[in-house]
Design a protein. Sequence first.
Length: 396
Amino acid sequence: MTLKGKHIVLGITGSIAAYKAASLARLFIKEGAEVQIVMTPSGKEFITPVTLSALTGRPVVSEFFTANDGTWHSHVDLGMWADLMVIAPATAATIGKMANGIADNMLITTYLSMKASVMVAPAMDLDMFAHPSTTRNIEILRSYGNIIIEPAAGELASHLIGKGRMEEPEKILEAAKSFFEKGGSLSKKKVLITAGPTYEKIDPVRFIGNYSSGKMGFALAEECAARGAEVYLVAGPVSLKVNHPNIHRIDVESAEQMYQAATDIFPQMDAAILCAAVADYRPKEQVEQKIKRNDDEMTLSLVPNKDIAAVLGQMKTAQRLVGFALETNDEVANALKKMERKNLDFIVLNSLNDAGAGFRHDTNKIAILSKDGTKEDYPLKSKADVAKDIIDRIFA
């Protein structure tokens, strides 16, 4: 039973396809999951809470309070309990509310409080599904990291033929099983990721920095969050945005600020991936006023910054610690030395000698070296696909 012990919140909305949710709940339970159903008020017009409660062995949650005794149903607790939320069927109205944060019923507040990943199985008439507003809202949900289970084509409640039928429960079950076998491998894990460059001030307008765009670190953050992790992303000065609601972004500028954030967060983490290009040195003195140009040579005295990877390597207990090495020569030998010196479990190597790899590219070409001496090479790929390879390897 691949879902054994998993907690699934099943959201049901006001669609004729709600009858399929009973079969879906039963399938989840047969695979070993615990299922909590949350319904919209209109959902109860299509299938009764009594039926669903009998299947799950749990009271169905629909209102914020129990009418007879005022007991509060905590959407926050549900969001923390769940390993996965599945909304099936999801009407156009519910999808619109999810996309725009309209928290006017228990299902939407549960969704907005959800720590786990969310699957959405749309169900509506073909014209509603094809409408630009629905298309836009579904794309918004995708950008939030939600998993959209595309509806099937066939005869609809209107007796028209087209795309809009909620996918069959058996296929939704397979999607959930696949999520936990692959995508949901990091459910309930906390992962620290550092990304981007650091800037070390010379004066109010100048700094020492590097060419890092942060793209690789941000791709790793999105991938970890998509697999169910709660991600703490410590980002240097970059223009990138995060999409997944499970990514907590901490913006920093200098290596010292990144060091403080990383060391504060690390003890509570299950793993850390140190992808940032942290400046090794900073000016010994930072001038308060802009340095004026003249014809004399300018000399900067530099002092070393704290070594974040080495300090976390000393701090780690049971955490998995992953570093990056960007090399220009003796790549493997230098990466292995860095891994041993900083007590890393894995190190991701890329070389500036490889076209399309390294700073400012949308692609990367890596090798992953592990503490047991194995080395795995990967071809040139998009950084999003590289992130998948890295997470597959280090959390295998």
